[in-house]
Ligand binder design. Sequence first.
Ligand code: GTP
Ligand code: MG
Length: 302
Amino acid sequence: MVHFFQKLSQGLKKSSSKIGQNVADVLMRKKLDTNMLEELEEALISADMGVKASARLIDSFKNRRFDKEVTMPEVKKALCEDLTNILKPLEATFHLPAQKPCVVLMVGVNGAGKTTTIGKLSAKLSAQGKQVSFIAADTFRAAAKEQLEIWAAKSGARIFTGAMACDSAGLCFDGLKLALEKKDDVVFIDTAGRLQNKSNLMDELQKIVRVIQKVLPDAPHYTWLTLDATTGQNAVSQVEVFKKIISVDGLIVTKLDGSAKGGILAALAAECPTPVYYVGVGEQTEDLDTFKASEYAQGLIG
Ligand SMILES: Nc1nc2c(ncn2[C@@H]2O[C@H](COP(=O)(O)OP(=O)(O)OP(=O)(O)O)[C@@H](O)[C@H]2O)c(=O)[nH]1
Ligand SMILES: [Mg+2]
């Protein structure tokens, strides 16, 4: 089995080779001048790190004292350290609360990877002996229920479903009551994908939260926004808009395999810092792991 870090580095290759090539070009000149720093900054921005994070990186880079004959590994090591420092505050750990069940509400735009992430996490938790259940609150898209059912069977979770197009908040109410009765450890609520500019769908999320709290006043214990890394800078606006509607307390960043926009986590750290619980690097169960700043920085800088 390919190690997670290898997959992450492989996935970030499109971004890191761009940065690496610019570092190499810049070093041809053998002098760290203003021009060179500007080009380096452009390389960071083009990997979707955003203007703010790129500027911050270049600033700390300037403050380093390099010898005249600076080498490629030295430059990369410096960038990697500085990037790790920017990303470190985003590292987060998922803890189960003392009271059962732990309710995790998954939200995000269409196709971000919500359902897949729930499946992957459920497999991890089941392997640790936890009793997991799903509430199929995406009653909107045909086949959404079936997709979740497949993940439930694969990962050993119980699933609570309703009729197509039924009220998803009502479904959450019933599903959560059952989870309480069954003493589940973790309940994942799989909501329908919604674009952040569709206000009626965003209102529905608030309704789901209100209804959940009628069953369990301190739920949801986690509200995670799933972001597709390939969407680049739009991810920043997704975080901002979802946070205005409900209290998003964590992020899941998927599809870090094969994105030329791998720098998005740096942009998020600089522009709207939110804890990152997990990152995804593929479609299989094992392609999900906790976010580690240094691992990610190494993968991105190459
Ligand atoms: N390469 C790759 N594909 C992923 C990853 N995570 C999810 N996918 C794929 O992305 C597609 C969409 O994933 P879903 O889990 O259905 O996304 P969703 O957010 O539930 O989508 P909606 O319910 O339609 O809003 C599927 O084909 C997944 O297999 C990842 O980390 N890497
Ligand atoms: Mg889904």
